[in-house]
Design a protein. Structure first.
Ligand SMILES: [Zn+2]
Length: 66
């Protein structure tokens, strides 16, 4: 994994596996920037899960304020 900013090879900071897809956390020391690499075809699943979560959180928030 190369840094999108400076093109240098990044350090693998963390690696986790959930819902069958590997998620790698890379860190670029020169840029002090971390990039998450979602390997595998399950990215759409993660994105749609995150969107659903955000929407249900917002709905709960609306109920609270009203
Ligand atoms: Zn960099």
């Amino acid at each position: 994994m190369r840094c999108p900013d400076c093109g240098q090879e990044m350090d693998l900071a963390d690696k986790s596996t959930f819902t069958g897809s590997e998620v790698r956390d890379y860190y670029c020391k020169p840029c002090k920037k971390s990039v998450v690499d979602h390997g595998g075809p399950a990215l759409w699943q993660i994105l749609s899960d995150a969107r659903e979560e955000a929407e249900s959180a917002r709905a709960a928030e609306e109920k609270k304020t009203k």
